[in-house]
Design a protein around this ligand. Structure first.
Ligand SMILES: *Cc1c(COP(=O)(O)O)cnc(C)c1O
Length: 388
């Protein structure tokens, strides 16, 4: 990678050279057969990634549009959904669904922890829900959801399982063909965006529907949306020479390229790599006296929310790090100023992470904090099992 800066925020993430190259190709007409072939391939690779024969949609927009598509195409006004929230992005489903007159119940975890399974089970017993939303990795807290256990519970309650994969897709398993506990207990919708673990610039909403989720759309007849109505996109996804709204031609080039990279590495290897990077960088930062918000058992492979040691000013820390070409993000809501968030996903390498650890160590020293950079690097390498 030839970067001037390392963008270690939880998206957008560093872009591989090949992806930039694809992005910079001359713009073709959106119905040019050379382009429609690339677009079709990109959609097919998306289905391959999610292991589904049903339908995938890749359109202009951000992850939030994909969230909206998941809701408006399956749930209608007056229906009730359950939001399982591990932070800021889990909570986003609340006003989003309410904007369409949908009734929303919420189970919120204390930031840094998971909602207890018993609580979810009780809630599902007490009420009937059309759908349950789960954020695979909540980008505000760095908490990963336990979908292995959540899917069977939700499907046993006859609700649709909607998974927000914006900060997880292409780094964690999101296998729509897999039965969890039983053959029928499957993910109904995975929604995502281009700019996180897939490693494409921002601008694409990505979403896959199972047969059951598609049937829910057909049951609704009309929906309170136009651009977000999947019925308007279905013909385009089947055959991209059909027109509904102009696709972002260059982003599709980039996305097709990035998906090839993802599938070439293989999901098994990618999942392992992300788990390993996450564990290793948290151990290293811990050696600097910094504590991850989430306990290791629920900590996400893609990003970490790290609490500052006593006496470190957030704005100053991040500004000094940025001067050294390492960009990390501040924390959200009540954690603002108390923690920072570091992404370790997509095309990031162990070498880049080691570089970031050294820079963080030097900034801490610069701010009058006594740290041993060698100890942090050693901790990193002790945990690291994938090749540098
Ligand atoms: C980033 C993110 C979103 C929002 O995506 P945008 O592309 O900013 O609209 C939603 N959910 C999760 C989990 C995210 O990380």
């Amino acid at each position: 990678m030839t970067h001037k800066e390392y963008l270690l925020i939880p998206g957008p993430t560093p872009i591989a050279d090949e992806v930039y190259e694809a992005l910079g190709q001359e713009t073709m007409g959106h119905t040019d057969p050379r382009f429609t072939k690339i677009y079709k391939h990109a959609i097919d690779l998306t289905k391959e990634l999610f292991n589904t024969d049903a339908e995938a949609y890749v359109i202009s927009g951000s992850g939030t549009l994909a969230m909206e598509m998941a809701i408006v195409n399956t749930v209608s006004k007056g229906d009730r959904i359950l939001v399982v929230s591990h932070g800021y992005f889990g909570d986003r489903f609340i006003p989003l669904a309410q904007a369409f007159g949908i009734e929303v119940d919420v189970l919120q975890a204390e930031w840094g922890t998971q909602v207890s399974l018993e609580l979810i089970q009780q809630q599902l017993k007490a009420h009937t829900y059309k759908a349950v939303t789960v954020t695979h990795v909540d980008t505000s807290t760095g908490v990963v959801a336990n979908i292995e256990q959540l899917i069977p519970i939700v499907k046993a309650a006859n609700a649709l399982f909607i998974l927000d994969g914006v900060c997880a897709t292409a780094a964690l398993e999101e296998n729509m063909g897999k039965g969890y506990g039983s053959e029928e207990a499957k993910i109904d919708i995975v929604l995502s965006g281009s700019q996180k673990a897939i490693g494409v610039p921002p601008g694409l909403a990505i979403i896959a529907f199972s047969e059951e989720a598609l049937a829910a759309r057909q049951d609704l007849d009309t929906v309170p949306a136009y651009y977000a109505d999947i019925n308007n996109w279905r013909n385009v996804m089947d055959n991209p020479s059909n027109y509904f709204a102009t696709p972002p031609v260059n982003l599709i080039y980039a996305y097709e390229c990035a998906m090839k990279i993802v599938l070439q590495e293989g999901m098994e290897a990618r999942i392992k790599r992300h788990e390993n990077y996450g564990a290793a960088i948290r151990r290293a930062l811990n050696a600097f006296g910094m504590t991850p918000l989430a306990k290791e058992a629920v900590a996400a492979p893609t990003l970490s929310c790290i609490l500052y040691p006593e006496g470190i000013n957030d704005v100053e820390f991040r500004a000094k790090l940025a001067e050294r070409g390492i960009i990390v993000a501040g924390a959200l809501a009540h954690l603002a100023g108390k923690a920072f968030r570091i992404g370790h996903m997509g095309s990031v390498t162990a070498t880049v992470l080691e570089h970031a650890i050294c820079q963080i160590g030097e900034v801490l020293e610069d701010m009058g904090h006594k740290v041993t950079i060698g100890a942090a690097l050693k901790a990193f390498r002790q945990v690291l099992t994938v090749e540098v």
